[in-house]
Design a protein around this ligand. Structure first.
Ligand code: ZN
Length: 424
């Protein structure tokens, strides 16, 4: 399972690649692509997928008989990185890449590490523009540290200025960046109109003992697990939906993020295609369950003090259910209870996470998605160390545990009871 995960991560150096690669896997499995700009003719018993912005994707499989609701797992396609500005080259003693931060990375982990470049460009066509994916593949940039001899305070609590300290050194000569990007597509520099490019860590994932280390485990580990489970689950009375959203690392408030209308629009169109009016939509959403999957903070081996003593989660301990009284996590007794039951069915261990009461912690997809589609939702994840490092570490057995839990989700048929509890 982990080798398969590493292949997925390697094929997904940017959110655009994650969506294209996921779409290709779905197409291979017989799923039909839909465009938001076209009419949808949906058939019972068939599977479909639709993308938005090239960096978010929803896939669903309609049961052969009428369906009651949706079983959904959501994860995010993006990870913290340094986005390359449109006028990409900076002068100085060497050629450097003009970048700005995308998300909140651990800056130190990005230094002295061979980096590559991936994303997308637009090119002219006879009647408009076309999008082409770019992955330079090979190491071509590095963000160098200052030697300890010149900065004697380098080990005493560094601060990192994105505009000076974190600028990547580019491997090519002046004027070569755009040329090399174009050449990777068999194009001339002048063919490229505009770019969405960022650096990424091309290091392959590795299993070492009980652990795995790889770039972008947050949140491609959950995206991969959700995709595997979605494809593996047997039919149920519900429509399973795989939801991979971009822009979680910058707050989700984009046209394709979890705060967008993408999920709401898609569920609405599925409902309409299968005889649903507005009331039926409400009933179907009420009889649904959303599992928001984003990696969780494992207790740190050297710094256990950052974890809540009674809610420490550890790598190798199974799937994590996350709680937060301020509702940054959506889990409540009902949604967490249902998920715990699904894990029991799957034979998967669960562990309970809450932040220390004096630490705000992070946020994720579930409560944001609920502002557009409000339904029974739980926040879960896989325990990992060094979240937002260029290389993250997790438990070797936990990917399979998440696949098991989400397969049980997609096989389930939730139904809301009159008192607000659920059968599943
Ligand atoms: Zn995340």
């Amino acid at each position: 399972m982990n080798e398969k995960l590493f292949s997925y991560i390697a094929a997904c150096p940017s959110p655009y690649h994650t969506v294209a690669h996921t779409a290709a896997i779905l197409a291979d499995a017989g799923y039909t692509p839909l465009s938001e700009g076209d009419d949808w003719t949906l058939e019972a018993g068939k599977g479909y997928y639709v993308t938005r912005g090239g960096s978010s994707i929803l896939a669903f499989r309609v049961p052969a008989a009428d369906f009651r609701g949706f079983t959904m797992a959501a994860a995010h396609t993006d990870s913290p990185t340094f986005k390359i500005k449109e006028n990409a080259e900076l002068g100085g003693s060497y050629v450097r890449l003009a970048t700005e931060k995308y998300g909140g990375m651990l800056c130190a982990s990005w230094m002295d590490r061979p980096l590559s470049v991936a994303g997308r460009v637009t090119v002219r066509t006879p009647d408009g523009i076309a999008v082409r994916l770019v992955d330079l593949g090979e190491p071509c940039a590095i963000i160098p540290n200052v030697a300890i001899h010149m900065n004697r305070r380098a080990n005493d609590g560094m601060t990192y200025d994105a505009a000076t300290d974190m600028i990547p050194l580019w491997g090519g000569e002046a004027g070569s960046f755009r040329r090399q990007v174009a050449a990777s597509l068999g194009l001339d520099e002048g063919d490229i109109l505009t770019t969405d490019l960022a650096v990424y860590n091309p290091q392959p994932g590795t299993v070492w003992g009980s652990y795995i280390s790889a770039p972008r485990l947050d949140d491609l580990q959950c995206a991969f697990a959700a995709l595997e489970a979605f494809l593996a689950a047997p039919p149920s009375d519900c429509t399973p939906v795989l939801c991979l959203f971009d822009n979680e690392e910058v707050g989700s408030q984009t046209k394709q993020g979890a705060a967008s209308t993408f999920l709401c629009d898609t569920l609405g169109r599925i409902n309409l295609a299968f005889g649903g009016d507005a009331a039926r939509y409400c009933r179907r959403v009420a009889n649904s369950f959303l599992v928001s999957c984003d990696n969780a903070h494992a207790v740190h081996p050297n710094h256990p003090e950052y974890a809540d003593k009674n809610h420490t989660v550890r790598m190798g301990g199974g799937v994590v259910i996350k709680y937060n009284a301020s509702q940054r996590y959506t889990s409540d007794a009902v949604s967490a209870g249902l998920f715990r039951l699904l894990c029991e069915r799957a034979g998967v261990p669960v562990q309970m996470y809450a932040n220390r009461a004096d630490m705000p912690g992070g946020s994720t997809l579930g409560n944001i998605a609920n502002t557009q589609v409000s339904l029974n939702t739980v926040d879960v994840g896989i325990a990992q160390l060094a979240m937002h490092s260029a290389l993250e570490t997790a438990g070797a057995d936990d990917t399979a545990a998440m696949v098991g839990a989400l397969t049980a989700l997609f096989a389930a048929s939730p139904a809301m009871c009159a008192d607000g509890s659920f059968r599943i």
